[in-house]
Design a protein around this ligand. Structure first.
Ligand SMILES: [Zn+2]
Length: 150
């Protein structure tokens, strides 16, 4: 750990505190060069798993790409950018929480579907038409009927 005052690598831990409510393990350190003291916090960083496409290719989770895909389904709908950004953030958090190295792209599609449905039903139908492959009027109508029945 580098000293934030003099940039020296020569620092030592003088105290370690486990804070159950705080962000993680806090350590007091002292620099052996300039004798100044500072704290560090050690916490876990969640890795974002790779996305496995239906054809077996793997690609990194692309926040911007997912957002633009959802935004397209939501074009001209009364949904705030904050709500869309929030949806993508929650999807990213959910796949991180799996703790897995890879997740199927279907999981992400399912999370988008589940998130869009309560947000905007027209956007949901647009996204579902592409994502669920509702390629005939009959299956699109069934999906709309399901919404209207509620
Ligand atoms: Zn120092």
């Amino acid at each position: 750990m580098k000293c934030p005052y003099c940039d020296s690598d020569d620092t030592r831990v003088i105290d370690t505190a486990h804070e159950t409510s705080g962000p993680g393990i806090r350590r007091r350190r002292e620099c052996n060069q300039c004798s100044k003291r500072f704290s560090t916090v050690e916490r876990a960083i969640l890795n974002t798993p790779l996305v496995v496409k239906s054809d077996g290719r793997r690609e990194p989770f692309d926040h911007a790409k997912l957002l633009s895909g959802i935004r397209m389904a939501c074009a001209k709908r009364p949904i705030s950018s904050d709500a869309l950004e929030g949806l993508v953030n929650s999807i990213e958090a959910r796949i991180q929480q799996t703790g897995k190295a890879e997740v199927p792209s279907k999981m992400i599609g399912d999370l988008v579907i589940a998130g869009l449905k309560p947000l905007d039903q027209v956007a949901y139908i647009r996204f579902a038409t592409v994502y669920l492959g509702l390629d005939d009027v009959e299956s699109i109508r069934r999906e709309i009927d399901k919404i209207l029945e509620r």
